[in-house]
Design a protein around this ligand. Structure first.
Ligand SMILES: NC(=O)c1ccc[n+]([C@@H]2O[C@H](COP(=O)([O-])OP(=O)(O)OC[C@H]3O[C@@H](n4cnc5c(N)ncnc54)[C@H](OP(=O)(O)O)[C@@H]3O)[C@@H](O)[C@H]2O)c1
Length: 297
């Protein structure tokens, strides 16, 4: 298949590209800069110049493809609502270009906003949010002749090159001298290794039925205190509870994510696509040490 991949130069995209090429697909990656174009060329992908807010570039890329994987997202927490709006418009443009073709459109979504207090499944709808509006938009194309599916990713997609929440926690522990968690730290984060995610994106592209909601989750939920304890051990810092009323001040923008307690199952996904995660768990991955040599942490 000739696959148009947005976000192909990112943390997850740079695992998806070799996964697709290794399975015999041809990859055309969206690049908004010379640096990203060079990264894609080095990975063996063709380059399609454009950007998320250049909807013509997205339509052209999708129309010339046999299928699309959409991973690009501007992770600017200063304007998250704006980034989510750009994402939704991009998804609508990609979907419209594939309308009536039966071709696949697989988009990255998240598990944040799924119901708390029990194990959430693929059948659960997330709370309404600007980001989840993009996922909803993708699913509407299932009724318009697009084999669209969404892959919900947990807050920790981990592995070499991670620059997400776990490195942010490590950075925070370094700067405050404490590897903290909120309250008793029993809030859980689901997790998955990026190579398992890459394989699931390929399987979804090849096989997911129209309208499928998939969970890229290997571990249902890891208590945040367990993550903080490993970080503390590696940095030789105490791990400690931060009271609820000090969490915003201590953790800043991360507080909201640390407090989110969502356990997530992937039973339906595993059965539907015969997907079995094989990568290390998050705690084992942290013990492999690469997180503590990452300059961005
Ligand atoms: N990593 C996680 O733990 C995690 C968890 C849940 C959900 N997700 C979701 O999974 C997807 C991939 O995440 P990631 O970790 O791979 O992200 P990432 O490493 O930050 O990569 C983002 C990608 O999007 C591209 N991009 C950003 N803004 C763009 C724009 N305006 N126009 C064109 N391209 C643009 C970047 O291109 P440049 O190379 O030019 O910067 C890069 O290729 C995202 O939707 C993310 O929200 C990730």
């Amino acid at each position: 298949m000739r696959v148009f991949v947005t976000g192909a130069s990112g943390f997850i995209g740079s695992a998806v590209v070799p996964e697709l090429i290794g399975a015999g697909h041809e990859v055309i990656g969206l690049a908004r800069s010379d640096i990203s174009a060079e990264v894609l060329t080095a990975a063996g992908a063709a380059v399609h110049r454009g950007a998320l807010d250049d909807l013509d570039s997205l339509r052209d890329g999708a129309a010339a493809s046999d299928g699309v994987i959409h991973l690009a997202f501007n992770h600017d927490f200063a304007d998250y609502v704006g980034a989510a709006r750009t994402d939704r418009r991009a998804i609508e443009a990609l979907g419209a270009a594939l309308e009536g073709s039966g071709r696949p459109l697989v988009i990255a979504s998240g598990t944040l906003g799924l119901p708390a207090g029990r194990v959430a499944t693929e059948h659960d709808a997330p709370s309404a949010s600007p980001r989840n509006a993009g996922a909803q938009a993708a699913l509407t194309f299932a009724a318009r002749g697009v084999r669209s599916s969404i892959l919900r990713l947990p807050p920790s997609v981990h592995g070499e090159g991670d620059h997400g929440f776990v490195p942010a926690l490590i950075g925070m522990a370094r700067s405050t001298g404490v590897s903290g968690y909120i309250g008793d730290g029993s809030a859980c984060w689901p997790a998955v290794h990026r190579l398992d995610v890459a394989r699931l994106f390929r399987l979804a592209l090849e096989q997911a039925p129209a309208g499928a909601v998939l969970h890229a989750v290997a571990e249902e939920g890891i208590p945040v205190h367990a993550i903080a304890e490993v970080i503390g051990r590696h940095l030789n810092l105490p791990s400690a509870s931060i009271p609820d009323n000090e969490a915003d001040e201590h953790f800043g923008w991360l507080a909201r994510f640390l407090a989110s307690d969502v356990r997530v199952s992937s039973t339906v996904t595993r059965k539907l696509l015969d997907w079995q995660p094989t990568g290390p768990g998050l705690i084992d991955d942290l013990d492999r040490d690469h997180y503590f040599h990452n300059p961005s942490a």
